[in-house]
Write a protein of this length. Sequence first.
Lengths: 292, 344
Amino acid sequence: MTEVSHQLAPKTRGNFDHILYVLRANPVTLIAFGLFALLIFSAVFGPSLVPYDPLATNAANALQPPSATHWFGTDNVGRDVFSRVIVATRLDLSISVAAVALSFVVGSILGCIAGYWGGWPDIILNRLLDTIMAFPLFVLAMGIVAALGNTIENIIYATAIINMPFYARLVRAEVNIRRDSGFARAAKLAGNSDIRVLAMHIFPNALPPMMVQVSLNLGWAILNAAGLSFIGLGVSPPTAEWGIMVAEGANFIVSGEWWLAVFPGLWLMITVFTFNLLGDGLRDIVDPRKRT
Amino acid sequence: MLASSPRLRATLLRVAQSIPVVIGVVIISFLLTRALPGDPAVYFAGVAADTASIEQTRVAMGLDKPLLQQFFIYVGDLSRGDLGQSLSSGRPVAADLAKRLPASLELTLSALILAILIAVPLGVLAATRPGTWVDHLCRVVVTAGVSLPTFFTGILLIYIFYYVLGIAPSPLGRLDFVYLDPDHFTGFYLIDAALMGDWETWRGAAKQLILPATTLALFTLAPIARMTRAAMLTALSSDFIRTARAAGLSNRTILYCYAFRNALLPVVTTLGMVFSFALGANVLVEKVFAWPGIGSYAVEALVVSDYAAVQGFVLAMALLFVALNLVIDLLYTAIDPRIGFSSK
């Protein structure tokens, strides 16, 4: 017992030291973690903390520039832009997290099957992924939402479908190189079923690169979802959502009311920026060699 | 003859490889047209249709036939260039797309050229002078560039250059109404105006193009700069560069003849992904600048639920993207002679 803890202790401390070292060498990652915490905070508590009702209109107070009472100004029907931007965090994050989670699960299952058993499921999966990647991905998402119907769920499905190839390919490659490795054969010989070997012994090895992919993908998924709602798909107008707020604000930019579009756009940008920085930081921790 | 020319053989093989992809694209776009919400016959028969006329539409559209037969009818229509009728414009979708395609291509290509002209030198400079301000600038541009929502950048540029500074023309379309459209040769206003020798119009068209092209370029230059920098760093630290240095070749020769040519390969490979992003972002930029290309056509069609037009647009974009990828791969074999021989 003492021997085991003896062996484990330096290793965990080594990992922790490595993470500390990477964070200290790259303070930007630390900032990204801070911003990430802020985003989660405003997604969870934002709706109960904002000073105004994001849907309450007030025609007498329309198109006010930013001031002490309305930090980000008010829009064309007098709604408080700050409250709407903060409240929208929850919707934007939920769409992208749901989409990425869905493509993570489906991509993992398909990639495991194709990578472990090979044969015709592998061939079919590769053809399918090639075909999906043959579309410009945002355009495919537009087509899917147009075909399935204009709802938030379909935005999630479309974003999940265009993200899925990245996960499936990653998992397939990671599983494929390990399916005949010594530890997998040993596990098989010890009487584990194929599915158990795959799920408990091989798949966990694919998790570190998958995590990096998730973080880089989240930013991209938010951009895609906001882009779709910017062109009028998915979220319908009174709802607070960054893409649609920028689209509504765009009509006022040529007459100089910049705060309608700029603040939601800025928030969207900061969010995507945070996830990209986080992805780069995670990659430095997980795999320092891939740093570019 | 095929065996005697490995280059030709590799080229033909690559062209053949894109056939299954095209088949897959056609199958997916067929499924998208048949996955319309509700009954397509009810939808296409119009609002005031009764049961009989819905049934009539169903038969006329071939929706009463089995799915496989419908697919072959669809493929037959496609091979004749028939993408169906647009409900909003009342004209064939293929004709609408063909009319608007040059506007989109002009925007996308000028943005890509602009992006490559900025990103490649930036990446090379960052790689040759690590740790200097160029390197830091490159890192900032790369990380900020991929985080910028294109529609937001576009709006920001309109605010700064049109509203505040007043130096950009109003962001409405390809040409201000004071100019006449140039004669139609290629559909590219810059080329057409130059062919006519009408430099006044050329300047007008260029002015309208600058902001949307910059918006799109800002988005696409990030991955190119990132890849150029990484590829140059790899190339510069390799053995053949050390040998070249030891042989006393000048810095210039080493940088451009040896390192850059090798670094070009991964950069060209990423261009495929960049095209995918650029064609998608193109839709958003066209919407922001009221650019009369196929992207804004699809957006208008989406708003009025004109499905034939949207599906035609998706298919056209996919085929364009497959063609672009083919060109990139062929370019790749031209740059790197090793590729053609290895794929026997």
